[in-house]
Design a protein around this ligand. Structure first.
Ligand SMILES: [Zn+2]
Length: 167
């Protein structure tokens, strides 16, 4: 099927048009909104370098790993939310942070829909890398030795996060 929708239409207008044409459904609208909230960021390497500190760039864009124990967020105990340092998407609640003893901020559960994963082979054994779903910024690796209920350990680079204390 070929449809000629003017490119000047916004996503919302497009959805409305599709709906009027009987091609959308009521259920489609909330889905479209959820996707809009995490529309991927496409920045060039130069733009990221302007936006991030060198340490942040190394972790977020080059999948580097910070020195264990180096992040002030290891000791952060307040209630609040941990956001992606690249694009400010909320990734973890303080309710899911725990002391893993590794020297990296650790969480047992991410916020729903915040992360994507892929397998990386940088170590001798394959590991599951995870990243911010919006800007693709590398955050850390997830392991299966975390506490209940998830049993997961999201081992995060502190430099890839910003903490926002609950009001
Ligand atoms: Zn991000």
């Amino acid at each position: 099927m070929c449809m000629n929708i003017p490119s000047t239409l916004t996503r919302r207008q497009t959805m409305k048009l599709l709906s009027l044409l009987g091609l959308g459904s009521q259920a489609a609208a909330p889905v479209a909104q959820a996707v809009a909230a995490t529309d991927p960021w496409k920045l060039s390497e130069a733009e990221w370098k302007k936006r991030l500190t060198p340490a942040q760039f190394d972790v977020l864009r080059e999948e580097g790993t910070e020195r264990p124990g180096s992040s002030p967020l290891n000791a952060e105990k307040r209630k609040g939310t941990y956001h992606c340092a690249g694009c400010d998407l909320p990734l973890f609640s303080s309710d899911t942070k725990y002391e893993s003893g590794t020297g990296w901020p650790s969480f047992h559960t991410p916020l729903a829909g915040a992360l994507g994963t892929k397998t990386d082979y940088k170590a001798i054994f394959p590991r599951t890398e995870y990243h911010c779903v919006r800007c693709d910024g590398h955050q850390g690796h997830v392991f299966n030795d975390g506490p209940k209920p998830s049993g997961k350990r999201y081992c995060n680079n502190g430099v890839a996060l910003t903490f926002k204390a609950a009001a």
